[in-house]
Design a protein. Sequence first.
Length: 346
Amino acid sequence: MNTTVAIVSFRLGHPDGVSVEASKWGGALEALGFEVVTVAGAGPVDRLLPGLAIGATAPPTPAELDDALADADLVVVENLCSLPLNPGAARAVAATLRNRSALFHHHDLAWQRPPFTDVVGFPPDDPAWLHVTVNHRSQAELAARGVKASVVPNCFDVDAPSGNRTATRNALDVAPDERLLVHPTRAIARKNVPGALRLAAGLGAAYWLVGPAEDGYGPELERHLAAAPGRVVHGLAENLTIADAYAAADAVALPSTWEGFGNPTVESAVHRRPLAIGNYPVAREIAAWGFRWFPADDPRPLDAWLRAPDPTLLDVNLAIARRHFSLASLERCLARLLSERGWACW
C-alpha cells in the first residue's frame, strides 16, 4: 500500500515562490516512493478547500480538514502556519495536525515581515512535528524562540533546458543590440521595483518585470512604471516560459529588501546570466557559497562586465549551483530527514 503525503498551503500551482518550491518537494517525495496529494485554498490542486485561501472569509471546518487529510500518513504544510495571512486557517490546520506526523516548511516567518512583527503564535509547534526552514537565519531565529528546525535550501533543476533567446526578444520587440534587464519576480513592495528601474536606467537597458502585481501593489507599480525613463515590458505571455525570460535577458535584477531565499540567485546561475542583487539578509548567506554577483545599487560594475563579459564568472556560479542546489540534493536531504524521524516510505 502506498504511503500518502498531503502538501497543504494557501495556494498551489501558481508561479509564486512557495508554489514553485512545493512542486519541487512533491516531485522529490514521489521519487522517494510516496503518493502525493495537494490540498489548498486556490489553484489546480487535488483537493480544494476555499477556506485555506488568503483572504478567505472563514477557515475550513474541522470536518473539512479531517476529510481532506484523512488518508495522509504525513502532512507537509507549506508556509500556511508560518505567516498570518489567514490566521483562522492556520489555527484550524494546526489543531487538526496535533499529535500527527507533520512537516512545517517555512519560507518566511511572521516577525520577518514588517506588517506581522508583533504577531504571536506563529509558527505553532508540537512534539510530533518537524520544522524545516530554507535558510540558517530562520533556523536560528526559531531556535531563539524554542522551536528546533532543520534547514533545506531551495533546490533547482540544474539541467533545465535553455529558453529561446531570439524568438523571445523578437516577441518583445527587443533589438539584437539592445540590453534587456529581467526582473523575474512578482511585483510587491519588498521586490523593490524602483531599485530595478534605476538599475535598468543606469545600464541603458530595457526593463522586463515578469510577474503580476499582488498584495494591493498595483497602483503603486503603475506609478513607478509610468515614470520609468526607459522602455518597460511587464508580464510573461502564455507562450513564454521563465527559461525564455532568462535566455532573452542580458542580466538579471534582484534588488529585493527581503527574501526568504530568492530563487533568481540560483536560477540566474543555471541559465548563465549575471545577477545584480540587493543586500537583503539571506543573500549574504547564499553568497557565502561563493557566488559572484554584482550590486543592484550601482550599475557600473555590471555595465563594465557586460561590455567585456568574462564567462569564468558564469562558469563558477553554475558549478556552485550544480554542487549544492540541485534537485538530486533535495531528494537526498528529504530522504535523510524523513528517515531520521521514521517517516521514510513505509
